[in-house]
Each structure stands twice: as C-alpha cells, then as structure tokens.
Design a protein around this ligand. Sequence first.
Ligand code: HSE
Length: 298
Amino acid sequence: MIRIQVPATSANLGPGFDSLGIALTLRNEVWMEESDALSVTCKDGAAVPKDESNLIFRAAKRLYDRCGRHLPGLRIVQLNGIPMARGLGSSSACIVAGLLGANRLLGGPLGRRELIDLAAAIEGHPDNTTPALEGGLTVSAVETGRVYSVSLPVTGRIRFVLFIPPFELKTEKARSVLPPQYSRGDAVYNLSRAALMAASLFSGRVENLRAAVQDRIHQPYRAGLIAHRDDVFRISYELGSLGTYVSGAGPTIVAMAEADGAERLAAQAATRMEREGIAGWRTRVADADPHGAEILAE
Ligand code: HSE
C-alpha cells in the first residue's frame, strides 16, 4: 500500500485570514490502495466516516474524475495524530492525503502546482492545504482559481505551544458568525499585520509577534464560540508568550514562545488552567514542520 504522512497546520496566524498558514510537527498517516470497493479502517479508533463521504476518498475521487479515470474503490487505513475539528488542519490533511495517494496510484499525472490548486478548491481556501503540501510558513493568494504561494522557513527562535480544548468547533459554524463586510480601517489593520507576521516569522524578529497576531477580521467575532478563550490568552501572556492567536477557525489557541522556554510555558500553563478550573484542555509543544506531506513507501 502507499503510505502517506501529512502534517497538521495552523492557519491565519492571527491576521492572515484565508492566506497565511504554517505546517506543524503533528502528523496523520494514511495507507491506500485501489480496490473493488471502499473500505476504511481507523487505527486509532476515531469516528471517521466509512462511506463515500470519507474525505480521503472524496479527494481521491476528485483527482480521478479530473483525470477522466474511474475509481472503483479504495482500501484506506488512517492513523490520526492531528486532533479533529480543533483548528489544526485535520480536514486538509485528509484532502492532501487523498490527492497525493490518488496521484501516485495514477502514475503522477498532476504536478505540484495542480495539486495545490485542487486541494484549495476542495477545502475552499488555501491557508491549511498549501502548508500541508509544502511545509513551512506559506503565504497563499487565489487568483482565478489558481493558488499563487510561497513556502518560507520559520525562524528556529520560536516553538508553538498548542492549547487544545476538550470541545470541537466546525469551520462552517465559525465562518457563519463573520460579517459580510469590513471597513477600510479594519482591512488596513489586518493587511499590515499579516505582512508583518510573515516577515517576522521568516526573519526571526520575534519582538514583532505581539503586534503581528492582532486581527479585526475573525478572532473578535469568534471569541464567543471558544469557552475560556480570554483566560487562555491571559495565562499564555502572563507566562511569556510572544504572541497568541486562535488557530485557524479555532478552537485551539496557539502561543508562540521562545524555543528554550516553550516546554516550561506549556507545563506551567497546564498547572494554572487546572488551578483556575479550566478543565479538559491539553497543552502540547510543536515545531514548524519544514517538509510538508510525503509519500513514504509503497
Ligand atoms: N481561514 C479559515 C478560517 C481556516 O478561519 O475560517 C479554517 O480552516
């Protein structure tokens, strides 16, 4: 079977709504082979769809359709290291795994840019799918159906402390609370900070991150969907976060920390949250993943 690994991703990075994203060192693994019928096995016991609504299958079928080929069925085995519906790119990881696997099964008809375009088209925005494929910090813009993107390395000065809540938040719901229009002031506020975020993560100017995470496009409107959000932000800053933001559509919250203090921040935050009665949240430290999705073996 083809074996594929895909990294978790953290989108938006605060102000870069639907454009900035970063790959992280948590991974999903998928094994796949063509078969007469569809069968899905999940090694970690997660409740993933076993029918044709399975996202890995849907993505694979989209690629077959695009290439004018019939997909009779697939044998899929999943091992999920990325928490589901937590704003860490689990859906994008499935889409990317399905596309990469299908492309390999067909002998590689689509090139890298076409895979990036197709992944974003299926997901609806490119800020998780591009870093899942490319690794690093990615800046993406969609222009007439094509994704124009750059993948940049992330400074080694920081690590990412993930605050993963015990509840899910579906992206669709988190998008439904956003306003249809924004003022020019808010647009400029976010444009400047999104550019500052990308340049600062690339260059290592970590003193900019506290300003660069600020945003007026999505985080303020989603605050009410994430219980204890303000407490987690406050605790992370009290313990030395360089910049804290809601990961993707949430509900996970990410604190960027000096590399040598990240484990300490995570451990102290866990103690503080327990003491303050913020139950069920897990903290975990991850790094930026420079590699992106990989086919490991066949
Ligand atoms: N940019 C998207 C959002 C990420 O914030 O809705 C969701 O995966």
